[in-house]
Design a protein around this ligand. Structure first.
Ligand code: HEM
Length: 430
């Protein structure tokens, strides 16, 4: 069941104008699975926790992550772990997992905290400070230090510029190598980044540094297999992409909701003040319970990865709906987070819904899935939480956040909804 929409355009316009509305309407009319024509592609939209579980756990191996994502981020992120399936994916994921173990996260936080502090030194108190681009720069600087183990110099600036071109290339509508176009620039940037990382591999392999690049060079599976040079480079480029917009959008939208709900801002700040230190350590995360409630609620309301992409490899079934082989599948994380059947007042900011008393997220294992699930579940989930909370901790100790009465950010969509107006927030020094 589905809706063909307008001739030629299909449902592309409603998808751009309000993708959430389109997906929720599809769910109300047709149930967990419905098809629509979006950007000349007939795709199945999958909404609701049961359907998410079926596709993401992929028990019958009926869905390919590679084929789903390839159509969207194509050659820009080839060799990334999300663009692999089954045995190959498992092999790479096992090695990569070494770089995300508890003791590694503790070391990353030691590199991350000074980068946050230095980045925030360049923020200025005043009205309508554009928080979103400032956080984008901050998370890039963090990636330079923590992922690449590099200093903030001219070469790092060039890598950051290349990285931005690469991400833009992957998101461009004109998907062809037209000289001067975004795709072309993105591919040129990818090649420059590959050269940059390849040149450093011998040094990184020999080092015992704690940055992600060095750790990936040394990481090995239980049977002693390491990544090749080319594999390390592919994983570095993909991981930087997977970490960047996701963490930035989460931190930015936390700033917005905390500015909009001063009582929550006060509550979160009080816990930070109670720690009595300018920078958090890994063990402090547990004490920041209100921060965690807000983090979860923001990821529910505004998941930075709105859909997970898959393609059906064979004729299959999702919650009783037939899905033919070859169908592109959009796993609707965002829409599932806003279903009245599973959430009380789903469009209302209410972090208390995650407290043990209410535990709305526990009604179904896949009600709350901002990090996906199954074999491809976000490997950087704990890193992302730690990074965002380390930033918010320092920020709230420095500034009171306020917004103009009635202000709502203008939201656009890339991998998920993001504040396209730069998110102007008043920063009042404390
Ligand atoms: C709040 C921040 C983040 C959110 C909401 C998020 C969300 C997601 C989601 C939904 C997926 C699964 C996509 C799919 O199944 O198709 C994913 C995968 C992934 N994420 Fe994250 N992510 C975040 C931060 C990070 C960070 C900080 C890193 C790295 C340091 C990272 C690295 C990855 C990688 C490597 C994958 C692919 C895993 C695989 O295919 O096995 N993410 N992320």
């Amino acid at each position: 069941m589905g809706d063909p929409g307008l001739p030629v355009l299909g449902s592309s316009l409603p998808a751009v104008a309000d993708g959430l509305k389109l997906a929720r309407r599809g769910y109300e009319r047709f149930g967990a699975v419905s098809w629509a024509n979006v950007f000349t592609m007939k795709a199945a939209f999958v909404v609701g926790p049961d359907a998410l579980e079926t596709v993401l756990t992929n028990r019958d191996k009926a869905f390919s992550s590679h084929d789903g994502w390839e159509m969207l981020i194509g050659p820009f992120f080839e060799g990334g772990v999300m663009l692999m399936d089954f045995d190959e994916h498992l092999h790479h994921r096992r090695i990569m997992q070494q770089a995300f173990r508890h003791e590694r996260l503790v070391s990353y936080l030691d590199l991350l905290n000074p980068a946050v502090s230095q980045g925030l030194d360049s923020w200025r108190a005043g009205s309508a400070f554009p928080v979103f681009p400032a956080l984008k720069q901050l998370t890039l600087d963090i990636a330079t230090r923590v992922f690449m183990g590099a200093e903030l110099d001219a070469e790092a600036d060039q890598v950051n510029t290349d990285f931005i071109n690469l991400v833009r290339g992957g998101q461009t509508a004109i998907r062809a190598e037209v000289p001067g176009g975004r795709w072309h620039r993105g591919m040129q940037s990818r090649r420059r980044m590959e050269d940059f990382f390849l040149r450093q591999i011998p040094t990184k392999r020999a080092s015992d540094e704690d940055d992600l690049f060095s750790v990936l060079c040394r990481a090995e599976s239980e049977d002693g297999v390491r990544f090749s040079d080319r594999e390390v480079v592919n994983h570095m480029i993909f991981t930087m992409m997977a970490a960047h917009d996701t963490s930035t959008i989460t931190a930015a939208m936390m700033c917005f909701f905390l500015a909009k709900h001063p009582e929550w801002q006060q509550r979160v700040r009080e816990e930070s003040l109670a720690l009595g230190k300018p920078e958090i350590s890994f063990d402090d995360l547990e004490a920041l319970t209100s921060m965690d409630l807000v983090f979860r609620e923001v990821l529910r309301m505004n998941p930075p990865v709105a859909i997970a992409a898959r393609k059906a490899l064979e004729d299959t079934e999702i919650c009783g709906h037939h899905v033919p082989a070859g169908t592109p599948i959009h796993v609707g994380i965002y829409a599932s987070h806003r279903l009245e059947a599973f959430w009380h007042d789903p469009d209302v900011f209410d972090p208390e819904r995650f407290t043990p008393d209410r535990a709305e997220d526990k009604a179904h294992k896949y009600s709350w899935a901002p990090f996906g699930g199954g074999a491809h579940k976000c490997i950087g989930m704990h890193f992302g939480g730690m990074e965002v909370k380390a930033i918010l901790h320092q920020l709230l100790l420095r500034y009171e956040l306020q917004i103009a009465p009635g202000y709502e950010p203008f939201m656009d969509t890339a991998t998920g909804p993001f504040p396209a107006d730069g998110l102007p927030i008043d920063l009042l020094p404390r």
